[in-house]
Write a protein that binds this ligand. Structure first.
Ligand code: PEP
Ligand code: MG
Length: 898
């Protein structure tokens, strides 16, 4: 089996499409050789060896690799005319990681490998630059010590042991910068560094270049499993099994004097997507200097340099003198670099992020990869390349990461302002966007200031209005499907949920983070896209939905088979979703309407009534409200189906718990406060989510179903009179048996018939059900006989299939994710393996009796790309999601279909 792939001087054993085996970096180093881009010669050890290493350990892996690595080193020696470990004409190498997917900065790198006390003299003589040689040597011991020999500080409070030594010497010498060390200082540092290694590890620093190399290779493999890398993989869904490749390459030096340099460049602007070559470089420096931020990097292009100076408030004279662009300092090299970047972008047909080094006037490319970019840049670049015919429609669509579209839909923080903002706490990025406001702790005080942030331990349906009024919502508890998160996403309102380290004292009206106390009225800012909470006001700006966004949506609709509906409870949300391209409503949760204004009073009266008569009286008060709401929402979605769900939540959620509200209600209903209290206590359940809710309400109190049906049908008839095309679809929640559905369907049909007779007019309507209890999926063939449509309620279906309470999962899900019991939160990403089977089965069984059965999904998963892809594969007709996720779902549906 071949384990090592060489490259150099215009030829290579690998290719760009071998990234699984060679990692992204290795595959691209090979490819750059093949297309004539100058790359220092080297070789790549495949990702498969990483897996072998993890199984076999160090010794056996070295044995496996020895011959191939030695001949690969000989290959580099031949191309460079140098010798590994030779003191007169030494070859120095870099050893770098490189996984299939880019994991920037997560794994380890070693530079200048091959130096020892003799070789350093050879290097000094060969280059005629003693300072450079000794500086390279001290950097090597430092890097190798940290990465391979475990000299990293033990806790985050400790400083790097090598930095500590350097700081001491600087103090003794009265100097500040690394560049001020003399040759003798550097020699002294090397001695001290080696002593420190000996003291800490009990072993001498390795002098043989091959010992050094094997140590470095093993360290890079080990770094695949370091905590940082594991965390990054979890965040980005990269499998642990992939492993990293190791790239060994001849060193080129950007720190050999003023005709040497190193830098990083992008073929287009990664923030805006503009087609402008840009980047930063430093003269006489090694790569880590650019990243470390010790010196101010300079701009590559003259135009970029001038723009940078303007932003920094630096005059043109000062800029030209102190921070000239590469275009000015090395015009020839700049021209070559510009041509290389054009070539690379044309070849890869995507924006490239490149690393380069200039060694004594010669340009070398060290890396190219598809550049990371913002949502806005992602869209602009893909559409520009499509218009320029660099890529076709399908490729353009597949280039886009659906969830990143979201960044384009919400107000965003000004990038400069956010950079200087102080982070107070971090929670879950529950609903993206940026918000700035003054703290309020109670929903009914959300209008206390002009701009508020509602801060709660958690929110409840009673807080809905306040949530609407506030600019953003911050909760101490709750996950991505917590009430606050779901509602906020629905509203397109910025929300950070589950920020565990904030402590609230509602009485004192304070929020405590660590030992800092924030009061009502203090300003804070939330970044719902990252979960960060900042102190004070951070400036925001409006998103601009340019023509490119429209083009993305147009292309999406061309390819998608499924349609996209929205979950919306108000005409306003329905209109927003319609603007985003929703074709109908997949879920209108009627209960949300009961909290608005006067409605809640009548609702409470209905719940607390002890007789059917009393209930009917209260329901009669609710009827006009409901009818009006439905008219609004059916009109906003005229021409498209609107699925209205009958009352679903446990009644306990609606009743008053405060003494004053209870008293007022008692007076209004003409009963005693004790009676109210008793009923409230009666409604308390041990497991409300498995209790008296869903169609169980409609079966115990059919008059509720009657009233809601009447409101829907009357609303549709009223609209018909006005010439509006209303298409109601009535949905029964939480069905588990055929009988449940059948009984509710009968009430609905009977009521509709009655209304038609009264009005002497009729409309078309559908009656269907949620499939959100596992049993319903299993007996879907029975239910489908009577149902016009199914809508998978994957929130409850996940809850009941896993047996994880939606409202309590926050207590153990983080641990499950941390320990790897689960890879992702199943309330966010559909569990295709388990819950998915029920969706497949339910769809298949349902359609086995009714071929034309309309099937959709309306749980939170309806807006999550991988779940949308699953729905496409399973043959669903539509997905339904919150308004601001509609564009994401449209693009995901298209990607699934191309
Ligand atoms: C569901 O259970 O998936 C659903 C959409 O309903 P709700 O979230 O209102 O329970
Ligand atoms: Mg449900």
């Amino acid at each position: 089996k071949k384990r090592v792939y060489t490259f150099g001087n215009g030829s290579a054993e690998g290719r760009a499409d071998m990234r699984e085996l060679l990692g992204g970096k290795g595959a691209n180093l090979a490819e750059m050789n093949l297309i004539g881009v100058p790359v220092p010669p080297g070789f790549t050890i495949s990702t498969e060896v990483c897996t072998e290493y993890n199984e076999l350990g160090y010794e056996k892996t070295v044995e496996l690799l020895k011959d191939e690595v030695e001949s690969a080193i000989a290959h580099i020696e031949k191309l460079t005319g140098t010798k590994f470990g030779d003191k007169n004409n030494p070859l120095l190498v870099s050893v770098r990681s490189g996984a299939r997917a880019s994991m920037p900065g997560m794994m380890d790198t070693i530079l200048n490998l091959g130096l020892n006390d003799e070789v350093v003299d050879g290097l000094a003589q060969k280059t005629g630059n003693e300072r450079f040689a000794w500086d390279s040597y001290r950097r090597f011991i430092q890097m190798y010590g940290d990465v391979v020999l475990g000299m990293k500080p033990e806790s985050k409070e400790d400083a790097d042991p090598f930095e500590e030594i350097m700081d001491k010497v600087k103090e003794e010498k009265g100097i500040e910068l690394d560049t001020e060390f003399s040759v003798d200082d550097l020699k002294g540092l090397v001695v001290k560094f080696k002593d420190a290694v000996k003291k800490r590890t009990g072993k001498d620093f390795p002098t043989s270049s091959y010992d050094q190399l094997w140590g470095a290779i093993a360290a890079v493999f080990d770094s695949w499993s370091n905590a940082r890398a594991v965390y990054y993989r979890r965040l980005n869904g990269i499998p642990d099994e992939w492993g990293t490749a190791v790239n060994v390459q001849a060193m080129v030096f950007g720190n050999m004097g003023n005709n040497s340099a190193t830098g990083v460049a992008f073929t287009r602007d990664a923030a805006t997507g503009e087609n402008i070559f840009n980047g930063e470089y430093l003269i006489n420096a090694q790569g880590e200097d650019v990243v470390a931020g010790i010196r101010t990097p300079q701009q590559i292009t003259l135009e970029g340099s001038r723009r940078w100076a303007r932003l920094q408030g630096i005059s043109e004279e000062e800029r030209a003198a102190k921070y000239p662009s590469l275009e000015e300092t090395m015009p020839e090299i700049y021209k070559e670099l510009f041509e290389v970047q054009e070539k690379l972008e044309k070849h890869y047909k995507d924006m490239q992020d490149l690393e380069f080094t200039i060694q004594e006037g010669k340009l070398w490319l060290l890396q190219t990869r598809n550049g990371k970019r913002t949502g806005a840049a992602m869209v602009k670049i893909a559409m520009d390349m499509y218009r320029d015919k660099l890529i076709d429609e399908k490729t353009a669509l597949l280039r886009l990461e659906p969830s990143k579209l979201d960044e384009l839909l919400h107000p965003v923080f000004d990038s400069l302002a956010v950079r200087s903002a102080k982070v107070l706490a971090t929670g879950l990025p529950a609903s993206p966007g940026a918000a700035t406001g003054q703290i309020v702790f109670f929903a009914d005080e959300a209008d206390k200031y002009e701009q508020t942030i509602l801060v709660r331990t958690e929110t409840s349906p009673e807080d809905l209005e306040g949530m609407h009024v506030a600019r953003g919502i911050l909760t101490a508890r709750g996950g991505m499907t917590s009430h606050a998160a779901v509602v906020a996403r629905g509203m397109g309102k910025c929300c950070v949920s589950g920020a565990g380290n904030i402590k609230l004292d509602y009485h004192a009206r304070t929020m405590t983070i660590g030992n800092r106390v924030y009061k009502e009225g203090d300003w804070i800012s939330l970044n719902g896209s990252t979960g960060e909470v900042y102190e004070g006001k951070v400036e925001t700006r409006k998103p601009d939905l340019s023509g490119d966004f429209g083009l993305v949506m147009e292309l999406s609709d061309k390819f998608a088979r499924m349609s996209v509906r929205t979950n919306a409870d108000t005409p306003k949300d329905a209109r927003i979703a319609r603007d985003f391209g929703a074709k109908g409503i997949g879920l209108c949760r009627t209960e949300h309407m009961f909290f608005e204004g006067e409605r809640i009073k009548a609702m409470r009266e209905m719940i607390l009534a002890s007789t059917t008569e009393g209930r009917k009286k209260a329901l009669a008060k609710l009827l006009p409200y409901q009818r009006e709401d439905f008219e609004g929402i059916l009109e906003a979605m005229a021409g498209y189906g609107v699925t209205i769900r009958l009352l679903d939540p446990p009644l306990h959620e609606f009743v008053p718990h405060q003494q004053a509200t209870q008293k007022a209600l008692a007076e209004e209903m003409g009963v005693t406060i004790e009676q109210i209290r008793n009923t409230v206590a009666d409604l308390e359940e041990f497991n409300p989510m498995l209790g008296h809710r869903g169609c169980r309400l409609g079966i115990t109190y059919p008059e509720i179903t009657e009233m809601q049906t009447r409101a829907i049908i009357e609303a549709a008839l009223n609209l018909k009179k006005k010439g509006v095309d209303a298409r109601p679809e009535i949905m029964v929640p939480l069905v588990g048996t055929f009988k449940e559905f059948k009984m509710q369907a009968e009430v609905i049909h009977d009521t509709a018939k009655k209304v038609f007779e009264e009005r002497g007019d009729k409309i078309d309507y559908l009656v269907g059900t949620m499939i959100e209890i596992p049993r319903a999926a299993l007996v879907a063939d029975q239910i489908a006989k009577e149902a016009d449509f199914f809508s998978f309620g994957t929130n409850d279906l996940t809850q009941m299939t896993f047996g994880y309470s939606r409202d309590d999962a926050g207590k153990f899900l983080p641990v499950y994710l941390d320990k790897g019991v689960l890879k992702v939160d199943p309330f966010q990403v559909l569990d295709q393996e388990g819950v998915g089977q029920l969706i497949e089965l339910g769809t298949k069984r349902g359609r086995s009796v009714k071929k034309e059965l309309k099937v959709g999904i309306c749980g939170e998963h309806g807006g999550e790309p991988s779940s949308v892809e699953f729905c496409h594969r399973t043959g669903l007709d539509y997905v339904s999601c919150s308004p601001y996720r509609v564009p994401i779902a449209r693009l995901s549906a298209a990607q699934a279909a191309v």
